[in-house]
Design a protein. Structure first.
Lengths: 205, 205
DNA sequence: GTCTATATTTGGATAGAC
DNA sequence: GTCTATCCAAATATAGAC
């Protein structure tokens, strides 16, 4: 039974391949992570790899699919409820964003995204959609409600959302770079909160 | 004599190699731009390439050197003079940044930087120093002067500089991505100015 | 499903003629 | 300085035995 369960999600070997591939792709990029390295790290021969995936590209695509399935979700009701209270909405968003930044799995995915961003058109389009548009939509919805409730100055919600998310992204990028080299992120660890406070002070009524 | 002039800056072939290599590296990354592709595009054999460069790495290093030699320069006096007037300082900075974003040569370099950022430690460190620290220093110097002259609210100059540059970077990244796919940047072309206005309204006294 | 063996391609680099 | 010829290593991928 337990075996059966596993098989639904792919064999254990297949899962291990995906796990190893995720790590290597996010450290070495598509070209740098050779099938040989992946197989060796998994502990099987290259040929055995082809029992689980048609080719290297297919491994990558399955790994890449995980990039945009972030656990970052706020329901429509939550947006309504939090945005009516103003800052708590931004606080919730910021804390979730910060958690993603420091989450090991999401960190790998983000690194992989940045590596392949300039070399994979599909990834660029998904970046624009999943990383940008979705966040802009979610945030501007919140800002719109805040304006209706006279909590913040009247302005273009999308524009404010853009201003807010851009700094978040930049902080995330910097932290990811530092962590890649195992450098301290102390100086940046409170940057998210600083941004939140600075921003709120500027937009609130 | 004209020949002599050229030789000082390297032969014409060497220059052509660098030009081609810049383009290919910025489109395909270090691994993707093979010596073969470069030689073919230049119109010579691979072996001939080695008359001009010791190896592929050396070509890359010479290309990469150009990444951080941006023509973006404001003298100390200019900072003083412009910052005393407030917004004009930020306007000047923003326009220069916008020009770099749309300048073909700088665009290639920026793309190359983004491609190799996650795979080259030296580049990461230079990014932090040249792209981040330098801009933060320049901007915070300006903000400090503005505070002294009671033009903007009192705050940590470095923190404000961080907020300002992060959005600029994000706009630049987005524009670069769109241009890579030859997509329209109309929706983003005025984003720099929007950011400038929004920001100034928020910090001014 | 994994292994050994092998085919095939691509990539970086050198030797030596012109 | 460029060319032809060649080398060697690494990488993707397949065939067939176990």
């Amino acid at each position: 039974m337990s075996q059966n369960k596993e098989q639904n999600k792919g064999s254990q070997t297949k899962q291990k391949i995906l796990k190893v591939a995720t790590t290597l792709f996010s450290q070495l990029g598509y070209k740098g992570a050779s099938v040989r390295k992946i197989a060796k790290e998994v502990g099987i021969r290259e040929s055995a790899l082809y029992n689980h995936f048609k080719n290297k590209e297919e491994i990558f695509l399955e790994v890449a699919r995980g990039i945009f399935t972030s656990p970052f979700t706020i329901t429509h009701d939550e947006i309504q409820e939090l945005a009516k209270r103003g800052k708590p909405f931004l606080q919730k968003f910021t804390m979730q964003y910060k958690m993603l930044t420091f989450d090991k799995s999401n960190e790998s995915m983000f690194r992989l995204l940045m590596i392949e961003l300039m070399q994979n058109k599909e990834l660029r389009e998904q970046f624009m959609h999943e990383f940008h548009d979705k966040n802009i939509k979610l945030l501007s919805e919140g800002f719109f409600i805040m304006m209706q409730n006279n909590l913040i100055k009247s302005n273009d919600p999308m524009m404010i959302a853009y201003e807010f998310i851009s700094t978040m992204f930049y902080i995330r990028l910097q932290i990811t770079l530092l962590r890649f080299d195992a450098k301290s992120t102390n100086a940046l660890s409170t940057q998210f909160e600083k941004h939140l406070d600075f921003f709120w002070e500027n937009i609130k009524l």
